[in-house]
Design a protein around this ligand. Structure first.
Ligand code: NCD
Ligand code: ZN
Length: 440
């Protein structure tokens, strides 16, 4: 059996950072040792001055297969993941066709098998009529519910969502924005442009924080009444956080996406519809609010909502440009940059991006550097300063909202199941990604 020793690095966990050598045997972490011990291994990798973290688990991505592989496919998307230190992704069901049945899930599994550099789990979607399929589905991350229109048009009504909370046996993840408010606001704000070119910043007014908070309140009430587990996707405003805090006792959890931690309405001027996303980017006060909520433990996990669209699609006018942006390659640098600027601690990063998602979704054997856990590991250079460049990205869409930004702290090696798949800016390994196992 092949062994690899990651030597003289510092290991990050949910409690902090400690000095240790990490021994990998095949696909597992078999031991950690104090520095200076004589440990034999087939391959020794010098990690002096480097940080060794559990591979990140991204609980919200859109890999675009089946149906939209011109935007992204499993090869390019999973390359982007491992280049970003992400070793596991959970893929959303808003595909073409949407993933609504056990058969759809199995077809998607067959499509992905042997084509992924990272590990993966799948979500099933909800169309108001498929609760029995949801309940029959095995080994999935949960059910994704769209309370509002977004890419894929999988919106369902309040009555149907209520039924789902009563009858389904899976974790419910909700994209919470109120469609009635969106429709009203659209009419009001579009009228102001009266035939003139529409300013993309209208998006943040149409899909306002109030509109998100209203939908969050609606689903939190359902979670409370039914006792069912609810996870709110991509919170973006102080209003949503305030509502969620009222329902913490009912077990409601939430995630934030990197764009809501970094971009604001002030960026429309430069980035136009490239930062059109649902829910939209918010005011700077809300951006600060998201960091505060992270620090206070009010947000459980960070998930990218990696939603690639082509450059040409995003160059269109407001009404045509689709919502969403790529994020897989930039999540970890953004978080490490925050650690370097002392806004965040390594232990918080590990909780939010590794341990947290593993625990929240019940993933077996992942999210920690511990004996017996899978050898999904990212080695990080905290001192590396690098500029994000569109032409260097792995995502098929080939652009990033952070093009031209410099972040300090980058992944330099990524291991998936003990295989070195990414090193020094290149994907060097094989497509060793596997479907994860969920508890229960
Ligand atoms: C997502 C996409 O493009 O798939 N877009 C987005 O703006 N977040 C869809 C979604 O999850 O809303
Ligand atoms: Zn999404």
């Amino acid at each position: 059996m092949a062994t690899i020793l990651l030597k003289d690095g510092q290991v990050g966990c949910g409690l902090g950072v400690y000095d240790a050598d990490v021994l990998i045997e095949d696909n597992k972490i078999v031991n950690t040792f104090d520095w200076g011990k004589e440990i034999k291994a087939d391959k020794v990798i010098d990690c002096k001055g480097k940080l060794i973290l559990p591979g990140l688990i991204d609980a919200h991505v859109h890999m675009r297969e089946p149906g939209q592989s011109y935007k992204e496919d499993w090869e390019t998307g999973s390359k982007a993941a491992v280049a970003g230190g992400i070793t596991t992704v959970f893929d959303m069901p808003n595909n073409q066709p949407p993933i609504l049945t056990v058969k759809d899930l199995d077809a998607k599994r067959a499509l992905i098998a042997d084509r992924s550099y990272c590990n993966y789990g799948l979500f099933i979607g909800f169309n108001g009529k498929n609760i029995s399929e949801i309940n029959k589905a095995k080994n999935i991350a949960g059910v994704k519910v769209y309370a509002a229109t977004s890419t894929g048009n999988m919106i369902v009504g309040g009555g149907d969502i209520e039924k789902l909370f009563k009858k389904c046996n899976k974790t419910i993840v909700v994209h919470a924005e109120d469609e009635v408010s969106i429709a009203e606001n659209t009419e009001t704000y579009l009228a102001e442009f009266d035939g003139r070119e529409i300013d993309p910043s209208i998006h943040s007014k149409i899909r306002s924080p109030e509109c998100a908070a209203k939908a969050v309140k609606f689903v939190c009430e359902l979670a409370k009444k039914s006792g069912h587990k609810l996870h709110v996707a991509h919170v973006s405003s102080d209003q949503e956080i305030a509502v969620i805090l009222e329902y913490r006792d009912s077990g409601v959890t939430c995630e934030v996406s990197p764009h809501h931690l970094l971009l604001s309405e002030d960026d429309y001027g430069q980035l136009n519809n490239f930062i059109k996303v649902n829910p939209p980017v918010r005011s700077r006060t809300n951006v600060f609010g998201m960091w505060k909520a992270l620090k206070f433990g009010e947000i459980d996990i960070v998930a990218t909502d990696h939603a690639p669209h082509t450059f040409v699609e995003k160059q269109q006018g407001y009404m045509q440009a689709p919502s969403g942006m790529p994020e897989l390659e930039t999540l970890l640098p953004i978080m490490l940059n925050a650690v370097n600027s002392e806004g965040l601690e390594v232990k918080e990063l590990v909780k939010l991006c590794c341990e947290g998602p593993a625990k929240l979704f019940g993933v077996k054997g992942k999210g920690q550097i511990e004996v017996g856990f899978d050898a999904d590991i990212v080695v990080v250079d905290m001192d590396m300063e690098r500029e994000v460049k569109n032409e260097e990205l792995f995502t098929k869409c080939g652009w990033s909202p952070y093009h031209g930004s410099v972040f300090k702290g980058w992944p330099i090696m990524t291991f998936v199941g003990g295989e070195l798949v990414f090193k020094g800016g290149k994907v060097v390994g094989k497509k060793v990604g596997k479907e994860v196992e969920f508890e229960g």
